[in-house]
Design a protein around this ligand. Structure first.
Ligand SMILES: *Cc1c(COP(=O)(O)O)cnc(C)c1O
Length: 243
């Protein structure tokens, strides 16, 4: 699985170069490794290489993988090369009836996109006496078929979430259209940054609101240039490059 190490190296260099192009500190960008297509062996490999932020987009699968990885780390707890734990990021659409299983095991929900989902999360947080950290998923490209709250409704939803008290809003998440057109992608990310800055400026917003989750295998370098603080990258890491 040398290719995983090589791919991670390439991605890291690309992120550094993109940061340099726009004068950003490389520490201001973190990467969630999206494991949805990866095998258990591939996931273990990225963990061995020091990556601890992992993302999944389907709820039952996230739970299964998280349990398997937890067992693996427990079995290998004396191995100094392995971390004690990893952090899971829920990046896909969430069904309300699975909220209860997911929120205790994830570090950040990236896909909070409706008031009803926020209410369900908040209600479950209350029962479990926990808080949930979340990003507001916003449909910045305004494609009708896409998940995410419309730009025009985002501010109001952010305010409603704040008033619930047990959801910590860390920022926003967006996805660019699936296209090779760099201009379309860049426009989506520029728009996301504007929306992010706009919400951040509001009086009700706290200091923890500082993350912009955008950029995938196809477009993460553009996302870095446009201000992403969290990238979500899968296939660029798990696909052998010698195609
Ligand atoms: C799959 C997925 C990613 C990663 O996509 P790649 O193109 O494999 O990097 C990022 N974000 C979300 C929401 C995803 O579903």
């Amino acid at each position: 699985m040398q290719y995983i190490k090589d791919n991670l190296e390439i991605v890291k260099e690309n992120i550094e170069r993109a940061c340099n192009r726009v004068g950003r500190d490389t520490d201001s960008v973190s990467t969630v490794i999206v494991t949805k297509t990866a095998s258990a062996e591939q996931i273990k490999e990225v963990i061995k290489l020091g990556y601890t932020e992992l993302g999944e987009n389907r709820q039952p699968h996230l739970k299964e993988v998280a349990i398997a990885i937890e067992a693996f780390l427990a079995e290998n707890r004396n191995n100094p090369d392995l971390p004690k734990k990893v952090n899971w990021h829920m990046i896909g659409h969430m069904q309300r009836n699975k909220v209860k299983q997911i929120i205790p095991i994830v570090k950040i929900v990236h896909s909070l996109d409706t008031l009803r989902l926020a209410e369900e999360i908040s209600e479950n947080c209350r029962k479990m006496e926990i808080k949930t950290r979340a990003l507001l998923q916003i449909n910045c490209s305004e494609e009708p078929q896409k998940y995410g709250i419309p730009v025009g409704a985002a501010m109001h939803l952010a305010e409603q979430i704040y008033s619930m008290g047990n959801i910590e809003l860390l920022g926003i998440m967006t996805m660019a259209p699936f296209t090779d057109d760099e201009i379309v992608i860049r426009n989506t990310f520029t728009r996301a940054k504007e929306v992010f800055d706009d919400i951040k400026r509001q009086r009700f917003i706290g200091a923890e609101f500082q993350h912009l989750s955008m950029g995938m295998s196809n477009d993460y370098q553009i996302a870095v240039e446009e201000g992403a603080t969290i990238l979500r990258i899968g296939s660029a890491i798990f696909q052998p490059q010698d195609k």
